[in-house]
Design a protein around this ligand. Structure first.
Ligand SMILES: [Zn+2]
Length: 240
């Protein structure tokens, strides 16, 4: 399930099919900054996410980074005539993918939407490059975005797809997995009131709606040091 910040457009995108999950989290546009693009992050995640999902549905085993690169390319072609795709402030998004292929489950993460797997022990696949920036001023972030030594997000350059982290886990012994936007992992990663294990348990036993409800309660009363007070929250649980 996916729940936007109340009253606002959802900048998360989620789609799932037999054996696959696609989740994107659009980076919220900064007020007063010319992105060079007439589209918003919600448009971008629907386009790129929809393209990835369409390719996942083919079940032809195309490598995940290739599939992401194609989706970014096709999305770029949809607005190259109307927008300046060289502008470094173009809308951008995270991409996290999970796909069963034979006896393994493949994972892919570009930017900070985590994938959590439970094999009896909890393993988190997370691209934390965006957490290790020297400075978070608008200028500093712009400088290291989609450049070596910085962090990578899906925008208009297809080559960025190959900066995503990827790997596979044997299906044997895999109990459950969750794909989350960082708005749904805040109880663990921001408010630190829950472990990853606890988060999986809430998802599994009480459902994603309960996880989001608890997150909204924490957001209403908590202090967020970096980033937004409320965030779009999307969580998918897969049982094996
Ligand atoms: Zn555009």
């Amino acid at each position: 399930m996916s729940e936007p910040v109340p009253g606002q457009a959802n900048e998360d995108f989620v789609a799932a099919g037999p054996g696959w999950v696609v989740l994107l989290d659009g980076v919220t546009a900064l007020p007063g900054i010319d992105s060079g693009c007439r589209h918003d992050p919600a448009w971008l995640v629907r386009r790129i996410g929809g393209q990835i999902a369409a390719r996942m549905a083919l079940e032809d085993g195309e490598p995940l980074p290739d599939l992401v690169a194609e989706a970014i390319k096709v999305t770029g072609e949809a607005h190259t005539g109307t927008c300046d795709l060289e502008n470094p402030d173009n809308p951008s998004a995270t991409v996290s993918l999970l796909r069963r292929r034979g006896e393994v489950v493949e994972w892919y993460v570009l930017a900070d939407s985590p994938i959590v797997v439970d094999t009896g022990e909890i393993v988190v696949f997370r691209d934390d490059r965006v957490d290790r920036l020297p400075s978070y001023t608008v200028e500093a972030v712009r400088k290291v975005r989609n450049s070596p030594g910085g962090f990578w997000v899906a925008a208009s350059n297809p080559e960025v797809a190959y900066e995503g982290l990827t790997g596979e886990v044997p299906v044997a012994g895999l109990k459950r997995a969750a794909v989350l936007s960082d708005g749904a992992s805040r109880l663990v990663e921001v408010f630190e009131t829950m472990s990853w294990d606890g988060l999986l348990q809430v998802l599994d036993e009480e459902g994603p709606r309960e996880l989001v409800r608890r997150t909204r309660v924490a957001e209403a009363s908590g202090v967020v040091e970096r980033g937004k007070r409320y965030d779009d929250a999307t969580a998918v649980l897969v049982r094996f």
